[in-house]
Write a protein that binds this ligand. Structure first.
Ligand SMILES: Nc1ncnc2c1ncn2[C@@H]1O[C@H](COP(=O)(O)OP(=O)(O)OP(=O)(O)O)[C@@H](O)[C@H]1O
Length: 311
């Protein structure tokens, strides 16, 4: 497969400080990746390297299946980005801002600025100068800017940072639309985990410059979904008892022979009783599953400053 972005052992040192440590990630087309990590984990550094705003100390990057400086320079035209702060000219309105960007990006044909403004919900901003925009409007203008040139990969550093709940929802809808309808692959960083959960398809968890976990939404759901974990000696009969006596097929038999039961959480006593009545020797019975925040904290080791994961 030609990955949209692939890094191999990507490393960035600032003097003796290693901000990014042998990061290898692969971004498949048509997905929305959430880059998660505490303050200073290396998210922006990774994004800056991918977009060519900074250069690696070691390791390699390839974009759309091509590596090497010359090819990267060409392929970067297929990326749109908003990193750190949206670069906005305060004395110009939204449309003028986009026009300047288009010219700076060397896109000669009259790109459809009106269409972009409509897409990000700024068509009514009219003559209002960007310096008078709300934070949400500025973020949306930043995204419109990143969309100039019809990029196939959109890289957004904390696009919902500082937005009110409605603004957050608007950006979420926009990103999902861009991915589903315009087939744009998206990499976003955010500390707002509940929000990411509703937006992204895949997660890349980064901690102290290292990628400590990559997983998709389904895998995360599986990890976080509350369930009863049942361990018993007669593995082969357990499934039959769950189906025939508890009338549920909402369970999964794990490789170690235990079962995860996603039903019956409100009637655990009845479950235990039924297992005993059917002659099963229960060796373990526990309720497992976690909140999203706790899962991420468990992956990165927890500790102080966990408030970077907003609830
Ligand atoms: N130009 C630089 N010179 C020195 N150190 C830097 C530089 N840029 C980043 N760093 C350091 O590299 C580490 C990673 O920074 P980075 O901005 O990538 O973190 P982040 O995950 O984006 O954090 P945040 O969530 O706060 O934005 C931090 O410790 C930061 O201080």
């Amino acid at each position: 497969m030609n990955y949209v972005l692939e890094t191999e052992n990507l490393t960035k040192d600032f003097g003796s400080f290693r901000a990014l440590d042998r990061v290898s990630v692969k971004l498949e087309p048509g997905k929305i990746y959430g880059l998660i990590g505490r303050n200073g984990a290396g998210k922006t550094t990774l994004m800056r390297l991918a977009t060519g705003l900074s250069f690696p100390s070691e390791g390699s990057i390839s974009l759309f299946g091509r590596g090497g400086e010359k090819a990267l320079q060409e392929e970067r035209k297929r990326i749109g980005c908003m990193i750190e702060y949206p670069g906005i000219i305060g004395n110009m309105n939204a449309k003028e801002n986009l026009r300047v960007r288009r010219v700076l990006k060397g896109i000669p044909n009259e790109e459809n600025e009106d269409e972009l403004l409509k897409l990000v919900g700024l068509s009514k901003a009219g003559k209002k100068k960007a310096k008078d925009f709300s934070l949400g409007m500025k973020q949306r203008l930043g995204i419109a800017d990143a969309l100039i040139g019809s990029p196939e990969l959109l890289i957004l550093d904390e696009p919902v940072n500082g937005l009110d709940p409605l603004g957050v929802v608007e950006i979420r809808r926009l990103l999902i639309k861009l991915c589903r309808e315009n087939h744009i692959t998206i990499l976003i960083s955010s500390h707002n985990l509940p929000e990411l959960y509703q937006t992204v398809t895949d997660y890349i968890i980064i901690h102290e410059g290292k990628v400590v976990k990559t997983l998709n939404q389904e895998e995360l759901d599986e990890k976080c979904k509350r369930h009863i974990r049942i361990r018993c000696a007669e593995t082969s009969r357990l499934a039959a008892v769950l189906e025939e006596s508890l009338h549920t097929s909402n369970y999964k038999v794990m490789p170690d022979g235990s079962a995860k039961l996603y039903d019956c959480l409100e009637r655990q006593e009845q479950v235990v009783e039924t297992l005993y009545q059917n002659g099963l020797t229960v060796k373990g019975f526990s309720v497992e599953g976690d909140s999203l925040e706790n899962y991420f904290i468990s992956v990165i080791g927890g500790g102080q400053n966990d408030e970077c994961f907003k609830g």
